[in-house]
Design a protein around this ligand. Structure first.
Ligand code: EPU
Length: 342
């Protein structure tokens, strides 16, 4: 039996960056995507719930998973040259940050603002990872997945992926698609995105006047390391809450009442509010209950100080949601996948 490894009653504590001690009825580590159909046909797997896991850097287990956890561990990067365009097909199990560094080393541009984001390449399109003014959607040409509903390989082009802010078709139909590879179209040069708060200042501090993509990447590394707690040191899943998007009238009223509120009017007439600002203003930054808390470095980040369980972390997150709602009338939504809550 090649291509995958099966573990019954598998501990997941080392497979999620919030370090929650959950278990899976069955864990399948898949090294060959072509073996997925065979694996999914096993009686113990068929019919039961499925959860696809990358590095577990964007999810919270609120309990054990009574089904099969599929961890994609396939590897490989293939460069396809067609005229002036370069396409790069990357296996889902590759580490995102390794891939970004590889593209920079090969002289490609585009992904520099997305350096140091934890997780796998296969997970990147699911939540349309974004940082410092760039979203991965811009560079995804297509996503290859096993469609568990139609029982065939599906290739979804960018449009079919229905990318939006931290969202995609893969979030709308959880369990349907198992991403096996992502195909990127990357330019050799692009107009660098330097407008996001902090980047220009950081480049100036580095003494860089004419930045190349790798300079931007280095600036982003500095910003992220300063702001975001390292999951290797303290359990966390990056931003735990999405920046809420509200009607302009709601945004304007809130801004009148709280002039310091960070808010950005969007192109669609709606406003994006800084969830971090709302959480900090509601008094939760650095707060904790037992080992569950909000980081004292960044208000968006839910942290596990040690032995917090999934339900404890989820309870604290809900307390934050209720506190922000009571103070501002805005309902925050979790950004990671919350497994096992209704
Ligand atoms: N702010 C506070 N308190 C804080 C932190 C931030 O009030 O503790 C306010 C500041 O006014 C700041 C503003 O919030 O100017 C925005 O903060 P930041 O630049 O850190 O961005 P963010 O909106 O909090 C988003 C992403 C991050 C991404 C950064 C940088 C979401 C949910 N989060 O955070 O993504 O790294 O921008 O682009 O969109 C992730 O998704 O896991 C993630 C870390």
């Amino acid at each position: 039996m090649g291509g995958y490894v099966l573990i019954e009653n598998a501990p997941l504590g080392q497979r999620n960056t919030l370090r929650v001690d959950a278990r899976a009825r069955l864990l399948a580590e898949v090294r060959e995507a072509a073996k997925l159909p065979e694996l999914l046909d096993f009686p113990v797997v068929r019919g039961g719930p499925l959860l696809v896991l990358g590095e577990g850097s964007n999810l919270l287990f609120t309990g054990d998973f009574d089904g099969t956890v599929v961890a994609m561990a396939n590897r490989g990067v293939h460069v396809e040259q067609e005229g002036g365009l370069t396409r790069i097909a990357v296996a889902a199990g590759e580490r995102w940050d390794d891939f970004v560094r590889w593209t920079l080393g090969q002289g490609f541009a585009g992904l520099e603002n997305l350096i140091l984001i934890p997780g796998t390449v296969g997970a990147a399109p699911i939540q349309n990872i974004g940082a410092y003014g760039t979203e991965v959607a811009e560079f995804v040409e297509s996503v290859e997945a096993w469609d568990t509903k139609e029982r065939r390989v599906a290739v979804l082009d960018r449009e079919a992926c229905a990318f939006a802010y931290r969202d995609s078709v893969f979030k709308h139909e959880p369990g349907r698609y198992i991403v096996t590879a992502v195909r990127f179209a990357l330019p050799r040069t692009r107009e660098l995105r330097l407008d996001y708060a902090g980047i220009r200042e950081e480049l100036a501090r580095m003494g860089v006047e004419k930045p190349a993509p790798f300079h931007v990447a280095e600036a982003v590394v500095h910003l992220r390391t300063r702001k975001l707690p390292d999951p290797a040191v303290i359990g966390n899943a990056g931003s735990f809450f999405k920046n809420p998007i509200v009607d302009a009238a709601v945004g304007e009223a809130l801004k009148r009442e709280h002039p310091a509120l960070m808010a950005w009017p969007g192109t669609d007439g709606r406003w994006k509010l800084s969830a971090a600002w709302l959480i900090e203003a509601a008094g939760f930054k650095g707060q904790r209950e037992g080992d569950a808390g909000i980081s004292n470095r960044h208000a968006l980040v839910l942290v596990n100080h040690g032995k917090a369980s999934g339900p404890e972390l989820w309870a604290f997150a809900q307390k934050v949601i209720a506190g922000v709602d009571a103070k501002f009338g805005v309902r925050l939504e979790p950004e990671p996948v919350v497994v096992g809550c209704g």
